[in-house]
Design a protein around this ligand. Structure first.
Ligand code: C5P
Length: 426
């Protein structure tokens, strides 16, 4: 079966059905936050649409929301008492707010008013809903609803941008006639559309093989000090590794991301450990590798570091400067060589030429379970938003054609889930 031609090489692919590895493992637990806008009257219908798609819904209202929709209506459709007070001794004696934050697979805030979005952007915790958002690692989806002028105000625009950068997902708003009589952007999306967007994604992303598994991942470049000011570095942006961390998290894995210096925000729900040098990355990974089911090395680790970083800033007295470099530890090879509790180990190979031969050599020489290879150089690979991968494992291969890195990360996650499941099944 001829499945793709990338890097000028046509790939023979075994039948790996990437989509077959994904399924909804269990009912999604959705914490629905309702804030005080007129669109809150649509929330009973939203709860019904979520429940009829198999979700369990716990409603949390802000104080103002109760002016637009009654807690009793939402309790009736969700089948669970609505929570609103942070300091409610009766509720806290049952599932306290920290337990509630941990319970949620996803947080949906609909409608999200301009005021609530501002409170979220500031990281306030001045009521139960905002406290839960801070206390939870679950992905957050926000469905804004407000007057069109408020939506377009620079303060709201900046707050929404802050939430986006933090990894929150925005659904809508739609444009059209508004309750206030104006027309423009600011209408909350229809309940069925919100429910579809939320649960279709969960269904597409959740993998039975990865749910609850601990995945340890490296991403980004490392920096090796020459002196206190300069370093030896590389062009890695971290985009592929971060997209992979987000996709693995969406697939249900518990993800720890050991990251070199990047400008990227940590994906929602991912634990990030910041490091700078290869030695620091090595130490952070080796301390956690035995607790991980899967290790993915997506970092561009410097192979060499200056032998003796200069304690003070180097002065430019001489016409030439010679740096002596020494080898860094190979993190990926060291994890793959673990004898006890070795995780399923996935490497990357960024190559300028002879991609397949180099990738296969690395798969064998480093003792890996899987390797994802890509061509780099002249605008391809590093820093780019799109990429293509050739993925190899013992006895198989799969070509993932050129696509945006988030889509590529989803496809690679499905392949990892497939091969990991195969490795543990026999
Ligand atoms: O041998 P090479 O550097 O080409 O191998 C690339 C793979 O090895 C990547 O997965 C990279 O994250 C990993 N690596 C590592 N530690 C190093 C060098 C590379 O984990 N010191």
């Amino acid at each position: 079966m001829e499945c793709a031609t990338i890097f000028g090489v046509s790939m023979e692919c075994p039948r790996v059905n990437v989509a077959s590895t994904v399924s909804v493992e269990k009912s999604q637990k959705i914490l629905l936050g309702v804030s005080g806008g007129i669109a809150a009257y649509k929330c009973p219908e939203l709860v019904r649409r979520l429940v009829e798609r198999g979700a369990t819904v716990q409603v949390v209202m802000t104080e103002a929301a109760a002016s637009f929709v009654t807690p009793l209506s939402l309790q009736a459709v969700s089948g669970r008492p609505v929570r609103s007070a942070l300091l409610d001794p009766r509720a806290e004696a049952g599932m306290d707010h920290i337990a509630l934050a941990r319970w949620a697979d996803q947080i949906l805030i609909a409608p999200a008013t301009a005021h609530l979005i501002a409170r979220l952007a500031c990281g306030l915790a001045d009521d139960l809903l905002t406290t839960l958002v801070l206390a939870s690692t679950a992905p957050v989806t926000v469905a804004p609803a407000m007057n069109q002028q408020m939506w377009q105000h620079p303060a709201t625009v900046a707050n929404v941008e802050t939430l986006r950068r933090r990894g929150y997902r925005l659904l809508g708003p739609a444009a059209g006639a508004q309750a206030c009589g104006e027309t423009g952007p600011g209408r909350m999306l229809e309940p069925a559309d919100i429910a579809d967007a939320l649960l279709a994604d969960a269904a597409a992303g959740t993998s039975a093989a990865l749910a609850g598994r601990h995945v340890l991942l490296t991403a980004g470049p490392t920096r090796e000090a020459i002196d206190p000011v300069r370093y030896v570095g590389n062009r890695s942006s971290g985009k592929m590794g971060y997209a992979l961390a987000a996709a693995l998290r969406r697939a249900g894995a518990e993800v720890t991301l050991v990251s070199g210096p990047t400008a990227l925000p940590a994906p929602a729900g991912v634990t990030r450990i910041d490091v700078e040098t290869a030695a620091e990355m090595h130490a952070a990974v080796m301390a956690r590798a035995r607790d991980a089911a899967i290790f993915v090395a997506a970092a561009a680790v410097a192979d060499y570091r200056p032998a003796a970083p200069h304690p003070g800033k180097l002065k430019k007295h001489a016409d030439t400067l010679t740096l002596e470099l020494v080898r860094n530890p190979d993190i990926l090879a060291d994890v793959a060589a673990l004898t006890a509790d070795r995780p399923f180990t996935v490497g990357f190979a960024a190559e300028t030429d002879d991609v397949e031969a180099h990738a296969l050599a690395k798969l064998h020489n480093k003792g890996l379970d899987m390797i994802a290879a890509n061509r780099v150089g002249s605008g391809v690979g590093f820093e780019a938003d799109d990429n293509a991968l050739l993925v190899f494992w013992h006895g198989g291969r799969h070509a993932l054609p050129m696509m945006p890195k988030p889509a590529l990360a989803e496809a690679l996650t499905a392949l990892i889930a497939d091969r990991y499941a195969a490795s543990t099944s026999g």
